[in-house]
Design a protein around this ligand. Structure first.
Ligand code: GLU
Length: 425
């Protein structure tokens, strides 16, 4: 892996870029520098090979990781990803971005992230249940509602959280729904959590369009990644009158410059298996993932994995703005190229913060044992996300810096202030 594709190297580069801006905010540069060096490593890292018995009777082992980045502002918080390309550095970067994201949203958490190196499509439901439960057993004494609260991420969902909760509660001999978020409603999940990341992304985009005096109706959008986040964002964007002209998953995608029917495409994807199949079976126009990123649209929303836009393709981007719904989809080198081309990048730590914000609501409801209706959830989500955007936008304008630098400036300051108050530095 070339260094510029290592997510943890990239996360540390993003941090270094705001150090000169932050230095003057602190009277004691030694304390500040110590805090920065602490933020360059997770506080705790747990790793283990988990062995399960497969349906065919054989044993198989999988590497499992949990990175707890920083808990100065509250318990560690962040998802668990199941993917064949998970690496330790990826999980470390994702946990760092969670610390930044929670500080951007102003919710009382630090950052964490977990992963298992596995292709979940190759496991049966029974095997997946065993692996999920084994992961929660391994981490049980290191997580919990007041310590570290995992949630879904790439290829994990409410069912996996339900299995993990069961294993955790059994081992800890307690009932603790607040130990995981993104749970099914039956087990203490929150209304609105399923669509929260897409909904939050839309609130950010609406605030951005307002701030830049652009209109909502007819705004053209391309979405790379058609998992939970990409699907919900695309669907909600069309509901408010935007025109989603291209969507793709890992197999490629479909494009129609007149606009796509997102609900129908999702039904077809479920029927045929992938967006490539949808294009073959329905005669929709196929587009490769690479070409989808180069579409001439107002907004490009990379919603899949890290490094989708790097120094290799940043010069070919035609969108006016990029809304990072995935974590880490634009590398620092690409950021530089896009900045010089005057393409705004609305960073992941703001654009996809709706997910963890509704996770926070779920946790609050679990701790109180009192549940809200969906309207309450959305009415509380919108001001948190819109205020976060406006705070960042103020810094963008007063300091004349990018949205990412402004978001990091505010968030890292909040984290370091908490570290100083606690006497950690
Ligand atoms: N995995 C999501 C993220 O990257 C959600 C995390 C959470 O809800 O804790 O933001």
């Amino acid at each position: 892996m070339p260094t510029n594709m290592n997510p943890f190297t990239n996360a540390k580069k993003q941090l270094d870029l705001v150090v000169p801006l932050l230095l003057s905010e602190y009277s004691d540069p030694k304390k500040f520098k110590k805090a920065i060096s602490i933020l360059k490593k997770p506080q705790n890292l747990f790793k283990k090979r988990l062995t399960i018995k497969l349906d065919n009777g054989r044993q198989k082992s999988f590497w499992a990781i949990r990175s707890q980045h920083n808990d100065a502002r509250g318990p560690f918080k962040g998802g668990i990803r199941f993917h064949k390309n998970v690496t330790e550095d990826e999980v470390k970067a994702l946990s760092f971005w969670m610390s930044v994201k929670c500080a951007v949203a102003g919710i009382p958490y630090g950052g964490g992230k977990g992963g298992i190196i596995v292709d979940p499509k190759k496991l049966s439901q029974n095997e997946l249940q065993k692996l999920s439960k084994s992961y929660a057993q391994f981490l049980a004494t290191h997580i919990g509602p007041r310590i570290d609260i995992p949630a879904p991420d790439v290829n994990t969902n409410g069912q996996i959280m339900a299995w993990m909760l069961e294993a955790y509660e059994k081992k800890m001999k307690t009932q603790a729904p607040g130990a995981f978020t993104g749970k099914p409603l039956e087990l203490g999940g929150s209304l609105g959590r399923e669509e929260a990341t897409g909904q939050g992304g839309l609130f950010v985009l609406l605030a951005y369009l307002k701030a830049t005096k652009k209109k909502v109706g007819g705004t053209t959008v391309a979405v790379q990644g058609f998992g939970n986040v990409g699907y919900w964002f695309a669907r909600l964007a069309t509901d408010v009158g935007m025109k989603v002209v291209g969507v793709s998953d890992s197999t490629g995608g479909v494009v129609n410059m007149k606009g796509l029917d997102i609900v129908k495409i999702n039904e077809e994807k479920e029927k045929f298996g992938s967006l490539k199949e949808v294009s073959l079976m329905t005669k929709a126009k196929f587009i490769s993932n690479e070409d989808l990123l180069k579409l001439n649209v107002d907004v490009l929303a990379p919603s899949a994995l890290e490094n989708a836009i790097s120094d290799q393709n940043a010069k070919d981007i035609q969108a006016l703005a990029i809304l990072e719904l995935a974590n880490g989809p634009v590398t620092p080198e690409a950021d530089g190229i896009l900045e010089s081309r005057k393409i705004d990048v609305i960073p992941d730590v703001l654009a996809n913060a709706g997910g963890v914000t509704v996770s926070y609501f779920e946790w609050v409801q679990n701790l109180q044992g009192y549940y809200w209706d969906k309207k309450t959830v959305n009415n509380k989500l919108k001001p948190i996300i819109t205020d976060a955007f406006n705070d960042i936008d103020d810094v963008v304008k007063t300091k004349n810096i990018t949205y990412r630098k402004a978001a990091f400036f505010l968030a890292i300051k909040r984290i370091i202030d908490a570290m100083i108050l606690r006497g950690r530095v």
